[in-house]
Every structure is written in C-alpha cells, then in structure tokens.
Design a protein around this ligand. Structure first.
Ligand SMILES: [Zn+2]
Length: 141
C-alpha cells in the first residue's frame, strides 16, 4: 500500500498538530484554520483523519461519534511524521512556527500590535507609524 501523500497545507498541519498532542477533530480543524488562515470544512478534515486511522497512523479514544473522538498519533504515525519532516525540510520548520506578521516597509517581525494602514487600497501592517509613512512616500505619488 503506497504511503499517504500530503498534498496540501491542511493535511500537513493536521499531522503536525497531532504530533504536538492528541486532540479532537474539531480542535484540529479550528487550529488548522488559525494557522493557515483558511476555512477548513469537516469534509476536508474527517476523511483525512479516517485515512490516517486506516493506515494505523492514528488511534482514536472516546465515544464512536466523530465529534467525541480524540485522535492520537501511534508509533507508526510518528515515523510517518519523521518521513514527512525529511521530505519537506525547512518548509516543515516554517509551517510549525506560528505565523508572524512582517512589517511591509522594513520587514521586521511584528509580534503584537503594530500599525495598520490602507495604502493603494490594500490594508498593510507596519511595525510603527514611521514605517507606514516611509512606505507611503515610496509607493504613492
Ligand atoms: Zn517597520
């Protein structure tokens, strides 16, 4: 049986989150949404979890209804994650890090707060007002 292919970010994040801790399908969905910034539907999540289970990469604990079950990586599942990590290399590292916003002007990382301004119809994030001003000067007439 060929190994599961990870072809999108939703699947990648799902296995990453499971490698952090066991959790419910619903929790995984919410967390994947948070990290990818995209809406994830149960139709994307549950068939994949089912597939992982079929390969014995995860096991479930809890009651039979899908929303009540928590998913845990098995030792086989951990090996699968290790194979993925080799395959994806740096991409993998980047994916696990929480997303940081970067100042549109000076490229520094904005940890919290920052300054937002709409320039040329686009809402941009800056670390401070001065950067917004600098960007505006360079990018508008
Ligand atoms: Zn800046």
């Amino acid at each position: 049986m060929p190994d599961i292919e990870i072809k999108n970010m939703v699947k990648l994040f799902t296995v990453l989150l499971l490698s952090e801790k066991g959790q419910h399908g619903y929790e995984i969905m919410k967390e994947v949404e948070k990290r990818t910034g995209k809406k994830v539907s149960p139709g994307q999540m549950y068939p994949f979890l089912k597939q992982l289970k079929m390969y014995r990469y995860v096991e479930t604990k809890g009651r039979a209804e899908r929303d009540k079950q928590a998913y845990y990586l098995t030792p086989e599942g951990r090996k699968f994650v290790a194979r993925l990590s080799e395959k994806f290399g740096d991409m993998f590292e980047i994916a696990i890090k929480p997303r940081l916003t970067v100042c549109a002007h000076c490229n520094c990382e904005i940890y919290k707060g920052g300054y937002k301004e709409r320039i040329n119809g686009k809402l941009l994030s800056f670390c401070c007002e001065n950067c917004a001003k600098g960007y505006r000067t360079l990018n508008t007439q």
